[in-house]
Design a protein around this ligand. Structure first.
Ligand code: SF4
Length: 400
């Protein structure tokens, strides 16, 4: 199978080993993250005192610092160069495309041009000084990309906290996050690098085809960002597990790239928010998951884009309130999708696509994507070994 950027199978029949490796590495990261606990403790105390958000787990806050450190190392130099006027215009266009489907193509066209000129990352051996001013620049840059809405929301609360402490403390805290992220980059390459073998090659050979397109920044994600999201997915699954298990109804959200055939050969009927699979192809993963859902009592929704579920009241209309969500997405989209679902009162869990392959971002013809059925069944709490064994024997999807 062609690997575009990452593959959780690493040449194996399934991705079971990946999930073991990701869990073990996450343990290691959380152990190492103890150096960040004093910062996390001060921030938690601030959150408790001010009530700016519901207090979350120390692991989640440590992950946010790791995320900040990683994004700082990659993008703080790019953010330093751009004026707040341009980032403001791009952030506005990004909100416009979310709200207005009619204007989306126009907004995306303009965003593609502006993002290529102003936001496309460059790799310099330089980072701005750790300060509130440069954090603001980074947050504006992230907002302008439109790819980091949830991340910005969380880092804004950290920014609010850092405004209340001396500048020296802010600098020390951010430096600690950046140093931790540097160590993470090295260790993640050893632990998870075998699952992201083609990211560098994609960046060198294919990414230039995304110039002037709306996804010029999204498609340029660095290898360490894949590893960051892999660990983030593990941490989020642990943090939200108890709430998810308490929900009465559970729903799986599938991306359109899992279909065996793309349109018009795929016979699914669109009802605006989602697509109803007609079961035209027995080998289609969507069809198989629909059947598993009927058997084990969870609903399955094929959605053209995550915004169909996570914008306004769409999720409540399509799925219902207080439903536990299992989001299935490629590595780069998972963590923000989980935060969005949580924000809408739908306790999330996530399963990674074993590889990416959608036509929009990754492959000219599109490669049907796939997941680890065992992993999904474990997350659903399905104990039937029969189902898990059967699922484990499902052959790999064949590209069309
Ligand atoms: S089985 Fe369903 S999702 Fe798959 S190609 Fe057919 S209609 Fe589309």
């Amino acid at each position: 199978m062609e690997v575009v950027t990452y593959s959780l199978r690493n040449g194996q029949f399934n991705s079971n080993q990946y999930y073991e490796d990701a869990a073990a590495f996450t343990e290691e990261v959380l152990k190492e993250a103890k150096v960040l606990l004093p910062i996390v403790g001060r921030f938690r105390a601030y959150v408790e005192q001010t009530g700016i958000e519901a207090v979350r787990s120390a692991e989640e806050y440590a992950f946010e610092l790791l995320m900040l450190g990683t994004l700082w190392r990659i993008y703080a130099d790019d953010a330093h160069d751009i004026s707040s006027g341009w980032t403001g215009i791009m952030a506005y266009l990004s909100r416009l495309r979310q709200r207005n489907q009619t204007l989306k193509p126009v907004a995306d066209g303009v965003r593609g041009i502006l993002a290529t000129i102003f936001l496309a990352p460059t790799d310099r051996e330089w980072s701005p000084k750790a300060s509130l001013k440069h954090l603001d620049q980074l947050l504006r840059w992230m907002e302008a990309t439109g790819d980091h809405v949830q991340e910005v929301k969380r880092l804004h609360n950290w920014r609010e906290y850092w405004e209340t402490v001396p500048a020296r403390q802010v600098s020390e805290d951010i430096q600690a996050a950046v140093a931790f992220a540097g160590r993470f980059e090295e260790s993640s390459l050893k632990a998870l690098g075998k699952y992201t073998p083609n990211v560098e090659q994609f960046l060198q050979e294919k990414q230039r085809e995304h110039r002037w397109k709306e996804d010029v920044v999204f498609s340029a994600r660095r290898r360490v960002e894949y590893h960051l999201n892999m660990v983030g997915a593990e941490i989020m699954n642990r943090s939200f597990r108890a709430d998810f298990l308490q929900t009465k109804h559970k729903a799986v959200i599938l991306p359109a790239c899992m279909r065996y055939y793309s349109k018009p050969k795929c016979q699914a009927h669109s009802n605006g928010l989602s697509c109803e699979c007609t079961g035209c192809e027995p080998k289609c993963r969507v069809n198989m998951l629909m059947k598993l859902g009927q058997k084990h009592g969870f609903s399955v929704h094929l959605v053209p884009h995550e915004s169909s579920v996570f914008s306004g009241d769409a999720g409540k209309t399509l799925i219902g309130e207080g439903v536990g969500i299992v989001g299935i997405a490629c590595v780069s989209n998972l963590v923000s999708g989980g935060w969005k679902a949580k924000g809408l009162g739908m306790p999330p869990q996530c399963v990674l696509l074993d590889h990416c392959g959608c036509r929009k971002h990754w492959h000219e013809q599109g490669i049907p994507t796939d997941i680890n059925f065992n992993r999904l069944m474990q997350i659903m709490g399905v104990k039937s070994t029969e189902t898990i064994e059967q699922a484990g024997k499902v052959p790999a999807a064949v590209p069309t």
